[in-house]
Design a protein around this ligand. Structure first.
Ligand code: PMP
Length: 451
């Protein structure tokens, strides 16, 4: 115990302050849906390390596959020689792609790097410079990824100028148009697509525009699924002008926002991405990401133009290949469908309770990527003056207060966006009892904050 105390003190002094922290203490162990701290605390984990350990902490099969690979070959450097797990991973990914045209794979380490690689590819392949992204988007904190991140100024303030040629349009989320949550999605979609058309006639010529990058579910911007009609509209605009469509499935992919049928959130829309970016759940905690495109496009890249020391690391690829085997053999998609239904139903029942309903504006999401949005007493937390989401008598900073109470009661949970949003990211193999337990903790926490 005293050794941990010394380490805590060391961390307090020597970890760069730019690293944020939601809980105190040291996480020492993870097992399935639970994590353990140095002081003995056991927590139900409804964050999955922000949508990463989707098949549970220290999953025996995935850790086992990685350990086995560790004793065989850790690093080949893929531009020196391809390693076996790299190829086995492609073998497993090919049949689960949202579209058979996605048949060319490049693996990297993090979501941010993969996002940057996708933009680099799009610029090179089109010979065009401009990039269109979404208001509220999060794509990462490295320089290029940060340039297309539009969810919070904290990620980029006083660090510019950023990658040039980036423009944004409002993602179809009611806050972005200052209209009530009850506004029909079709209206939000046509407003967003109208802004896109306007951008392409007023500010940047389509023939100078390389790509549109969009999350299939707006993540750090508030857990708002991209409406299928919006994705179809983006696809049409891209087709009309030869612009490439990049779909970021970093957080929503690998079952997180699945409808129980496929692994990727984009599938519901039937829209075919030109480039798809994956990470997080792909490695269940092992750092690996991917950029997937069409051979007909990527065959035009110059060998050596894409890569990095650890890109396609053998241990991470072995873990990721096992992730896909676990998905298939343990019928994870079936569990997602059932638990998603349970979580939605229970959260909506919390929302409908007479004492809480005035303060819960919205329960939304897809699969097991679910958000609850609260009201705000004066304006939004972002300081933007608006009547939308304002309810007289609602508690201040409700989302972060609810999250704090949940943590005190033994459940890890996160807020998201500049609005009052709590996000539920349980493991995809979570049990019925643990969903029940999580919702009970949440309901207790909300009731205490409202009281
Ligand atoms: N894209 C999306 C949609 C994300 O949610 C994230 C991470 N939260 C990233 C990209 C960046 O990934 P990473 O943190 O692995 O760089």
């Amino acid at each position: 115990q005293s050794d941990f105390q010394a380490l805590r003190e060391l961390g307090a002094k020597h970890i760069t302050k730019g690293v944020g922290r939601v809980t105190e203490g040291i996480m020492v162990k993870g097992e399935g849906s639970y994590v353990y701290y140095d002081d003995g605390r056991k927590m139900l984990d409804f964050t999955c390390g922000i949508g990463v350990t989707n098949l549970g902490h220290a999953n025996e099969r995935i850790s086992g596959a990685a350990a086995k690979q560790c004793m065989q070959l850790v690093h080949s450097q893929c531009s020196i020689a391809m390693n076996e797990p790299y190829l086995r991973l492609i073998q497993r990914l090919l049949p689960v792609m949202p579209h058979s045209s996605l048949d060319s794979f490049f693996f990297w380490n993090s979501g941010s790097e993969a996002v940057e690689a996708s933009i680099k590819m799009a610029r090179y392949l089109t010979g065009r410079q401009n990039v269109i992204c979404m208001q509220g988007a999060y794509h990462g904190r490295t320089y290029g990824a940060m340039a297309v991140t539009k969810s919070k100024t904290i990620y980029s303030e006083f660090t510019g100028p950023w990658m040039p040629g980036v423009y944004s349009i409002p993602f179809p989320y009611w806050h972005h148009f200052n209209v009530p949550p009850s506004t029909p999605t079709s209206e939000l979609v046509s407003q967003s697509l109208y802004q896109l058309d306007l951008l392409l006639v007023q500010q940047i010529a389509p023939k100078e525009t390389a790509c549109i990058i969009v999350e299939s579910v707006l993540g750090e911007g508030g857990y708002v699924p991209a409406p299928p009609e919006f994705l179809k509209g983006l696809r049409q605009t891209c087709d009309k002008h030869g612009i490439l469509l990049i779909i970021d499935e970093v957080q929503a992919g690998f079952g997180r926002a699945s409808d129980g049928k496929g692994l990727f959130a984009i599938e519901e829309s039937g829209v075919k991405p030109d480039i798809m970016v994956i990470a997080k759940g792909l490695g269940n905690g092992f750092p690996i990401s991917g950029v997937i495109s069409r051979r007909e496009l990527t065959d035009r890249l110059k060998p050596g133009s894409m890569g990095g020391t650890y890109a396609g690391n053998a241990v991470c690829c072995a873990a990721a290949a096992e992730v896909l085997d676990v998905f298939r053999e343990e019928k994870i998609l079936d569990n997602i469908a059932v638990r998603s239904n349970q979580l939605f139903t229970s959260l909506r029942s919390v929302q409908s309770s007479p004492s809480l309903s005035p303060y819960i504006l919205d329960v939304r999401g897809k699969g097991l990527m679910i958000a609850v949005e609260f009201a705000s007493p004066t304006s939004t937390t972002s300081g933007v003056i608006t009547d939308v989401g304002v309810v007289q008598g609602a508690p201040e900073k409700m989302a972060s207060r609810v999250a704090k109470k949940c943590i005190e009661k033994g459940m890890l949970i996160l807020t998201t966006s500049v609005y009052e949003v709590i996000r539920f990211i349980p493991p995809l193999n979570v049990s019925e009892e643990d969903v029940k337990k999580g919702v009970a903790i949440f309901e207790e926490a909300v009731s205490e904050v409202v009281r």
